[in-house]
Design a protein around this ligand. Sequence first.
Ligand code: NAD
Ligand code: MG
Length: 328
Amino acid sequence: MRMYSEADVDLSTLNDSRIAVLGYGSQGRAHALNLRDSGLDVVVGLRRNGASFSKAEADGLKVMEPGEAVKGAAIVMFLTPDMVQKSLYAAVVDNIEQGATLLFAHGFAIHYEQITPREDLDVALIAPKGPGGLVRRQYEEGHGVPCLVAVNQDATGNALPVALAYAAGIGGARAGVIETTFAEETETDLFGEQAVLCGGATELIVAGFETLVEAGYQPEVAYYEVMHELKLIVDLLHEGGLKKMHKFISDTAAYGDMVSGPRVVDDNSRAKMKDVLTDIQNGTFARNWIAENEAGMPEFKRMMQADLEHPIEKVGADLRARMDWLSE
Ligand code: NAD
Ligand code: MG
């Protein structure tokens, strides 16, 4: 494992480099503001009629249409939704400077060959391991969110130092930047969100809720047990791993964890996890997701609606309304 820290990075590499940040959502806003506060020359590229345009202007940033923003930029960072990157690249490619660096925060568009970059360009990845809000907040507090770095095309020979300087500019080098490849970043990121973080965790919660309610327990009590209290456990894991969680939960909870956890996540679940990983590795998931977008997202909308209409959502909203400290 190769990890870079601030001492390995020279931020002044970017002193005369304009950085175009395309997109101003979760990651875009955090990157643009952090880079600006690091003293770098930032311009945000957005559609003039889009919702983020006035927001970026109100934050005091230079904002232009994407095709204008990339002119004169030494770095072009793609922070639009992954499914938009292919058409956005096609729209701006003729205005991108010779030898510029294309940066991504997730490898999807490159790894699944949605974009085939011009041969004179450097292509690299700086992927913060956290949402944009945290990337901004940690930077403001003098810390940083760890990042992954990868180089996919090194036309100039400078792709790595430029990418690392960008990571320093957003604060990531303070926490460490781990070297990876586009394949590893893309496949592990997709697997994590599908099998564990989003898909796995929410299915576990909903299945636990349904099991309790079907057995005749009150939905409100079930909600507290399987969704509300999850945060306490996740915080302990985040701060100190399994050891810290075991230190703070009761012996009864720890014994139950160790004897019953493997009954729920058993060999069958592990085999299904492997299936999910295989679909990511062989491109099946990417093909399905791209086709779903091209069809106008009918299945996406149907499944999202079903998630939002689940009884746990109604119970949860009512209970959370009584805990005003949750929204603070
Ligand atoms: P987002 O949905 O929050 O924001 C997207 C932005 O792109 C918006 O400002 C939108 O107005 C703009 N946009 C959409 N279409 C556009 C177009 N055609 N031209 C210009 N701008 C356009 O996106 P996000 O979640 O910040 O994700 C951006 C990238 O970062 C993705 O590659 C994602 O995989 C990656 N990433 C996200 C996270 C995260 O926590 N959200 C974490 C790591 C990496
Ligand atoms: Mg789900």
